[in-house]
Design a protein around this ligand. Sequence first.
Ligand code: GLU
Length: 333
Amino acid sequence: MDQVEWDELCNDINEIYNLVKCNKNGNTASYIPQLAKVNPDQFAVSIYSLDNKYYGIGNTEEEFCIQSCSKTLTYAVALRDNGRKEVDKHIGREPSGARFNAFVFDDENKPFNPLINSGAIMSASMVKPECNDDKRFEYMIDTWKSIVGKDNVGFNNAVYLSEKNTANRNRALAYLMMENNIYPENTNINKTLEFYFQLCSITMNCKSMAKYAAMLANGGTTIDTNIELFNPSIIRDLLCIMYSAGMYDYSGRWSFDIGLPAKSGVSGVIFAVVPHIGGISVYSPRLDKLGNSVRGVEFFKMLTDRYKLHIFDTLIKCVDNKKSILKVNKSKL
Ligand code: GLU
């Protein structure tokens, strides 16, 4: 992206940030007590381009638990380590049409997809099951570090304990899947659940989340160190699911209106992937009734009203008043 376009985009982001900041609707997540305690006024927006340009505004350095955003990387790692065929035996690829923690399964008794709780617990069961818990956790946290930098990933033990102590629903889901006989052989359910809670309690900031999104927009290669962590076909599979099921029960409307693969977490983060362009992350803890950050959704609506970022906007040839940043990256398409 050339400097003039980049500067204009940053100005627009700045302007939209200040408009959205006035919105104080929504509430922090209350079902995990530690999440209810965070300062609800925090608000940050970060963007990384594929050529490693960065712009951020607001509380971009504030750490938060990545919660459901962890599900995306866990699935990518499960695919990389086990292969698509094996993973498909245990996790579906359909939107569930139900709440992220609902007791629903597909017609083969599998979780509908890896971005709802049952599916993420299943992905966790497929990451290094042969190793002890410490090695499994280290493996995943090291993967996060290899994407966003070793000093930019932490762990919130209080949230982990809070989640673990109030996890009756997730335990019930995990045991129902045992009853469905759908785990890989020799899965230890309790260790898998612990692992899942730990992954949700990993901490990052808005800046790092945008960098992760940019790695996905780059097809699995880190934008600063240029290391191919994932084959692009794995990222394509992940982005398809994020596009159809990344935003809780708002996913259909999000894809229709915003048109970007994204994932939301109950801590108030939303990251979106703009293939071939970069990654954008918004953090603001007040959630709407579906579990998405109120300001996050509003920010992306305003941004995509100004810019042709919807993945199908390229089909629209007629002149409209939306700005385009896609044209500068034609060589990558
Ligand atoms: N740790 C949360 C849970 O299991 C994740 C929810 C989310 O962010 O969607 O309920």
